[in-house]
Design a binder for this molecule. Sequence first.
Ligand SMILES: Nc1nc2c(c(=O)[nH]1)N[C@H]1C(S)=C(S)[C@@H](COP(=O)(O)OP(=O)(O)OC[C@H]3O[C@@H](n4cnc5c(=O)[nH]c(N)nc54)[C@H](O)[C@@H]3O)O[C@H]1N2
Ligand SMILES: Nc1nc2c(c(=O)[nH]1)N[C@H]1C(S)=C(S)[C@@H](COP(=O)(O)OP(=O)(O)OC[C@H]3O[C@@H](n4cnc5c(=O)[nH]c(N)nc54)[C@H](O)[C@@H]3O)O[C@H]1N2
Ligand code: SF4
Ligand SMILES: [Mo]
Length: 863
Amino acid sequence: MTPIRTTCAYCGVGCGIVAMRTGARSVEIKGDPEHPANAGKLCSKGTHLGETVGLEGRLLFPVIGRKRASWDKALDLVARRFRETIAQHGPDSVAFYVSGQLLTEDYYVANKLMKGFIGSANIDTNSRLCMSSAVAGHNRAFGEDVVPASYDDLDAADLIVLVGSNTAWCHPVVYQRIRARCDAGAKLVVIDPRRTETAAEADLHLALRPGSDVALMNGLLAHCRDEGLVDEDFLAAHVETPAEFWETLGEGSDLWSVARICDLAPADLRRFYELFAAHPRTVTMFSQGVNQSIRGTDQVNAILNLHLATARIGKPGSAPFSITGQPNAMGGREVGGLASSLASHMDFAPDNVARVGRFWAAPSMACKPGLKAVDLFRAMGEGRIKALWVMATNPAVSMPDAGRVREALAACPFVVVSDVMEDTDTGRFAHVRLPAAAWGEKDGTVTNSERRVSRQRPIFAAPGETRPDWWIVKEVGRRMGWRTAFAYDRPADIFREHARLSAYQNDGVRLFDLGGKVAIGNHDYDALEPFRWGGDAFADGRFPTPSGKARLVAVRQMDLQDPLPKWPLTLNTGRYRDQWHTMTRTGLSPKLARHREEPLVEVHPLDIEALGLADGGLARVSTPQGESIFRVAASEGQRRGEIFTPIHWTDQQAAGGRTGLLPRPLTDPHSGQPGFKSTPAAIAQVPAEWRGFLLAGGEIERPACLWSVRVAVPSGSLYELAGNGRSEALEALLPKGERVEAIDHSRGTRRIAVMREGKLVAALFVTRTGLLPTRDWLIAQLGQAAGPTLLAGAPPGAREDRGPIVCLCFDVGLKTIVKAIGSQQLTSVEAVGAALSAGTNCGSCRPAIRQLIEENRSQAHAG
Ligand SMILES: Nc1nc2c(c(=O)[nH]1)N[C@H]1C(S)=C(S)[C@@H](COP(=O)(O)OP(=O)(O)OC[C@H]3O[C@@H](n4cnc5c(=O)[nH]c(N)nc54)[C@H](O)[C@@H]3O)O[C@H]1N2
Ligand SMILES: Nc1nc2c(c(=O)[nH]1)N[C@H]1C(S)=C(S)[C@@H](COP(=O)(O)OP(=O)(O)OC[C@H]3O[C@@H](n4cnc5c(=O)[nH]c(N)nc54)[C@H](O)[C@@H]3O)O[C@H]1N2
Ligand code: SF4
Ligand SMILES: [Mo]
């Protein structure tokens, strides 16, 4: 087999991969040493991509209602229903909701169909929830949505400031690059209300009050002005400064006021100011802690202001750096996939509408922005959107106030869902489900955080009747009557058209210009090497505004409300290291499950005490929008009064742990991005009389009880359970076979093993007071010949409990690491690596190991 060079399916770092097919649906994954984004490195998610390429759970043919249908029937139906709806209610009665996980070619065709042919701009994307505030901020400051940084800047920076970014977990390979730079002497400041693994490794962690970033950045800029660090020459030559700018900035910007608003120690704040003053080569990297706020755009501009005013932009090692989340968030911005932009970095100015209309020979151009995601689903709930097509996103889980979004989906007369998986929470609302080709089968391009375009190449043939998203959309376009405009035979056809549009009557007005690629042949497209557009943007001090100058934008800190008596807490939401969004793929990987098996609500230990919760117990988190049950985890990393839940779990894996139901649907006025990071909330303990787990080979139905979470295990199902009343009903879920039972009434313990031909096929363990055995050993016994000792859990002498797995690559548990730190006096990550191999492959767990060393230092020294 020849190795295939492609790009990772997950985050916006955009790591290059070398894939070696090892069977019909198996593949060996390695980092591509020649890809500039990662130089051979991969994180835990990329490393374990091979575990997610099986056909388990895939949607393999079109489905109308509940019945399998032919492509012809399904496509005709979609085209007819959209046509009819438009004829009856006008073009603005239909919408597409798409995703930064589409390839650029898919995205281009969807955007063209909606904005040029259907004649509405009602196409929005999950990127609205992700980086639309960065887009709006860039447009305000630079005149175009251009990220003025590259990863190379990290290698040249002396100070790296991470704002609202858990980089160690969410962009691990970039984080390793940051770490390497810091090991060489650069300073790291992390600004995040939580003490994340990223924050724990910083030279300075500012655990600021949520939503106070503008005050912090404005305070720093005021300090820079007072200390003479503002570059007046640069401002005069390259930046427009509004008359009120400095005056606005001055309000409440003294150190003491800023410290009070941000709830920070003045000494820490001063230290930050000093670090900033001392290191002109600064990269400020930001993501969702900044963007996902009802003042996200102002927060972005506060950061951009700082860099513009100190001329820390357009030079090596100096830049503000919005890091993107999804693999092709950036490609979506390029094609104009947001309802607020048109195409190729053009807005809805009449000239642009006319230009794009000419280029596409479009019969009905959209002339004004369409509905942004939150408004779109609201309009649908009000009956104004009557046909919706969702592609590559799971809004029933990931939208704020997801309960209302579900109601809107249920009320919409016609819902089409293109997905790679058969059963998703959103797919359940679909009238038509279309099977898309997945990562490993798709063919096209993606653009990463630093504007680098890379190829995704197919490793496998598309299985069953799955088709690439671009093909599905163009077929609908053709069936709606636009046969020549959607006559693409291959992704390269679309890429060339996209490149031509970017260059069409551009004349240097827009930096986004792929003019050099308009004539690329099919063969060269196949062989395309990663390249960056826009080069060293802004190095010449020119910005894509009419005056050629960038703009400072006067921004004010919003008033921060005190908590309400009924909702005394603030709910913050985000990601786990080894899960991706709604878990449709990472949820298949037993290895990835081992880092965090359950959705936890992290609470400060003093709050646990004050609120009558129990560490490890269950609690109901509620907000005005909804409620869901999580397992409580004490975390010193939380500020008091603030709790954190993960975004990943869905109806497919859990009863509870449903973060999407909780956030309020309030959005930033400029970008329309929801404020996911801050929702008034309450929490209360949920009593559970028993705990248990159910393990079985193959698939089993999700048990109906108070709390159940599915954990991926090799060739089987494991459910963690908790409930009240009798647990006997669970036995109905056990497969047929010979049962061995052990019941201890005094402890309320029931242990049942189901055997077939002497081999273990299922096990159910429930306890009211006692402990449960560790699952590892039992999982390994599935399908194995097993004796009566089985019901004791692990037999005497079996492997000890290793605790949660920290290093996935070498399968090393937390307890094993802590033990080795103590007994072998290990004081560095390298020493732990030498002793246990942990942390020596992908490196995603190195921050965790460092933290364990830190926490157990005394133990190591005491021997
Ligand atoms: N493992 C993993 N990696 C991923 C993803 C995934 O699902 N899993 N998803 C990808 C995607 S699409 C995205 S968008 C990125 C997101 O990457 P990140 O933005 O790094 O991730 P989050 O966990 O959403 O949030 C980042 C941090 O913002 C902090 N924060 C909350 N409120 C505030 C505030 O008011 N101010 C400041 N300064 N910080 C605040 C939170 O405490 C949190 O630690 O990750 C990408 N990478
Ligand atoms: N509370 C809270 N909510 C959040 C966030 C938060 O921080 N807090 N973060 C937000 C952010 S930044 C993001 S990016 C979103 C992510 O949220 P979503 O986009 O909803 O999450 P995914 O699970 O990535 O959904 C992708 C879907 O597309 C399918 N899919 C994968 N590949 C393909 C393909 O090639 N074609 C097709 N047609 N389908 C495919 C997958 O099976 C899956 O169903 O969540 C947002 N929601
Ligand atoms: S950092 Fe990890 S998830 Fe992101 S692109 Fe690289 S390997 Fe994939
Ligand atoms: Mo995202």
